[in-house]
Design a protein around this ligand. Sequence first.
Ligand code: HEM
Length: 193
Amino acid sequence: MNFIKKNYGWLIVALLATFPLFILFNMFRQEGGPNIDMMYHVSGEFAIRWMTAVLTCTPFFIIFGVSNLFVRQAMGIAAAVWSFIHFIIFIWAEGFAETFTQVNYVAGLVAVLILIPLFFTSNRKAMKTLKKNWKKIQTYSYAAIILSLLHVILLEKTWLIYGIIVGLGFVIRTPFVKNKFIEIRVNKKTSNL
Ligand code: HEM
C-alpha cells in the first residue's frame, strides 16, 4: 500500500501507456488480419501525445511549481516505446528500406534515433552517472518533437493541437515569461503567509 501511495504518479502513467497495447493486440484477432492504417494511427498518435505530454512538464513546473521527476521519466519512456512500436509496425508492413523513400519518414527516423539515448537515460542511475550531461541529453527531446511534428505535418495528419501545446511550452520557457511566472508564484506565496 505504501508503495502505491509513494509511486502512484508513474504507476498511472505506466497503466495509461500500456492500455492501448491491448487495442493493437486485438487488431490481430480481427477477421482478415489487422488494419495497418489503424495500427499506424494508434501507435503514431500515442507516440506524439506522450512526447507532447513530457514537454509540458517543464512549463507546468514554471507555472505551478509542481514537478515529479519519476512521472516525467515514465512519460519519456512511454513516448519512446510508442515511437519504437510505430516504427516496428512500419518495418513489418513496408520493410526498413522504405523509410528512405519519403522525407517525412526520414524525419520520423531521425526522431526515433534521438529517442534511443533518451530512452536509456530516463532512469535514476543514468541521472547519477551522467550528472550535468544528463540535462544536456534531455534537451535532445526538443529536436525529437520538432522532427515528429514535421513528420506529421508532411503526412497532413492532425498536428496543430500538438504544435500549439509545444509552442506555448517554448514561449513559457523563455527567460522573460519564465521569470514573470516565478515572480507571480513567489508573490502569491508570500502574501499567503
Ligand atoms: C522511422 C520512423 C517513422 C516512420 C517510418 C513512420 C511512418 C508512418 C506512417 C507510414 C504513417 C501513416 C501515414 C498514412 O496513414 O498516410 C505514420 C503516421 C503517423 N506517425 Fe509516423 N513514422 C515514424 C516515426 C514517427 C514518430 C517518431 C512519431 C511521433 C512521435 C510519429 C507520429 C505519427 C503520427 C501522429 C501519425 C498519424 C497517425 C494518424 O493519425 O493516422 N511517427 N507514420
